[in-house]
Structure formats: structure tokens, C-alpha cells
Design a protein around this ligand. Structure first.
Ligand code: 1PZ
Length: 214
């Protein structure tokens, strides 16, 4: 398939995150968003019960794509240039919601927190026993990450949806990278790149005091 897309397979999606990191350690917006689109496609293969989750991710991807095709597209070429541009032009609500409810900084922060969930979940999956329950792995990684930023009602809905996740075998098969062993090996190979993207973003946001944007 065109555009490095292999349908719903997860390998190419995760490889996209590897290509986010430029030589100068900046994070490139286009592959970052492309990676997210791939994750959404993958999530959608697991059933409509997850659509309230994928819809929110899609809305956030679209906000960023609009910036990437607007007047200031060059300012949004990397996460670093976005932070620099939005902060120096006072385009971010720093303490409470105000004039900029859809700033790039706060929008990427939501995806960034979700990327941490993904990292924890895939790590758990990679090291899990054959009889592990995906819903338990997913709930634990959610509680250790995203849940801390979600209102009670969202946490409730998310936790309920996790029960609809496929079994470990079916989940690994749905990744479409071959046998269970091959799928696990692919995760092991891809995870360092996800971790790196997460860490670089985390330290960028920490450096500019952006980790609690409303
Ligand atoms: C494999 C199972 C998928 C589990 C995904 C785990 C994440 C659960 C997230 C539940 C989100 C519910 C919908 C809306 C949430 C929004 O309120 C928040 C905050 O945004 P704001 O309201 O401040 O604008 N949105 C998010 O936290 C972003 C969530 C993106 C989740 C993307 C998951 C992609 C999963 C890929 C699966 C391989």
C-alpha cells in the first residue's frame, strides 16, 4: 500500500515514531501525526466500542494538521518550533482555559500523555505471560498514566471499554506481524523509539513548564 501503510499492521505504525526524531533531536510533527493516524486506524480495527477514544484522538490530530497547513505551517514543523512560536506569541492558555482552547501545545500534551499510556501498555504486553489478560494490562497502564489526567466519567467509560479488548492472542494476531513471537520481537525493537519520543517531549514540556496546561 502507498505511503508506508500496510493496512492495519502495527509494525509500520510504530516505525513511524522512529522517523519522528530528527538528527538534531527535534521531533518532527508530520511523522508524529502520521504515527498517531496509524494508531487510530489500528484502534478502529478492534471495534466501535473504542470510537469515543479514537474520535478524540482524530479531533486532536486534525487540530494539528490545520496548523501544519496554515499560514504558520513552518512554525509547526517540529514540537520544539511549535513551543517556541506559540509561547513567544502568547498563543497558549497557561493557567486556565481562555482564548486558546486548541493551542498546539495543549493539544500535543494530550497526545503525549496518551503516548505514555501506549508505551506502558506495549511494554506490559511485550513482557506478559501467555495467559495474561489484555484488559488488566490496559487498565494498569492506564491507571499509571492517562487516568491521572481524566475526569471520573472518562475513567469509568475507558475502563469499561477495556473489557472489550481482544484476548492477548487475538490482539497479537491483529497486529499483523506474524506469529506471537514475531509480534513480541517487533515490540521489543520498536519500544525504544516510542520511549525516546516520549522522553524528548517530556523534557521539552518540563523545561517550559507546560506539563499541566489546561
Ligand atoms: C487498545 C485500547 C485502547 C485504549 C486507549 C487508552 C486511552 C483511553 C483514553 C480515553 C479517552 C477518552 C476520550 C476523551 C478524552 C479527552 O477528554 C482527553 C483530554 O483531552 P481534552 O478533553 O483536555 O481536550 N483526551 C485524551 O486524553 C487523548 C486520548 C487519546 C487516546 C488515543 C489512544 C490511541 C490508542 C492506540 C491503540 C493502539
Amino acid at each position: 500500500m502507498a505511503d508506508g501503510d500496510d493496512g492495519n499492521g502495527l509494525r509500520n505504525v510504530l516505525v513511524t515514531f522512529k522517523s519522528c526524531l530528527a538528527d538534531n533531536q527535534e521531533i518532527l510533527m508530520d511523522p508524529y501525526l502520521k504515527g498517531w493516524k496509524g494508531l487510530v486506524r489500528f484502534l478502529n480495527t478492534m471495534g466501535t466500542i473504542f470510537s469515543f477514544i479514537s474520535k478524540d484522538a482524530v479531533a486532536k490530530i486534525q487540530i494539528m494538521e490545520t496548523f501544519r497547513s496554515g499560514d504558520q505551517k513552518e512554525s509547526y514543523a517540529t514540537l520544539q518550533s511549535m513551543v517556541q512560536y506559540e509561547l513567544s506569541n502568547s498563543l497558549v492558555d497557561l493557567k486556565q482555559p481562555g482564548s486558546y482552547p486548541t493551542s498546539g501545545c495543549r493539544t500535543i500534551l494530550r497526545l503525549h500523555r496518551a503516548l505514555h499510556w501506549l508505551q506502558l501498555f506495549l511494554e506490559a504486553l511485550q513482557t506478559s505471560e501467555a495467559d495474561a489478560q489484555t484488559s488488566v494490562l490496559c487498565t494498569d497502564s492506564y491507571n499509571a498514566s492517562l487516568a491521572n489526567h481524566h475526569a471520573w466519567i472518562i475513567r469509568k467509560a475507558a475502563t469499561m471499554a477495556f473489557y472489550a479488548l481482544p484476548t492477548r492472542d487475538a490482539f497479537l494476531a491483529n497486529m499483523r506481524v506474524g506469529t506471537n513471537e514475531e509480534a513480541i520481537a517487533m515490540l521489543e525493537e520498536a519500544l525504544p523509539h516510542i520511549r525516546k519520543v516520549y522522553e524528548v517531549t517530556e523534557s521539552l514540556y518540563a523545561q517550559h513548564n507546560l506539563l499541566e496546561l489546561p
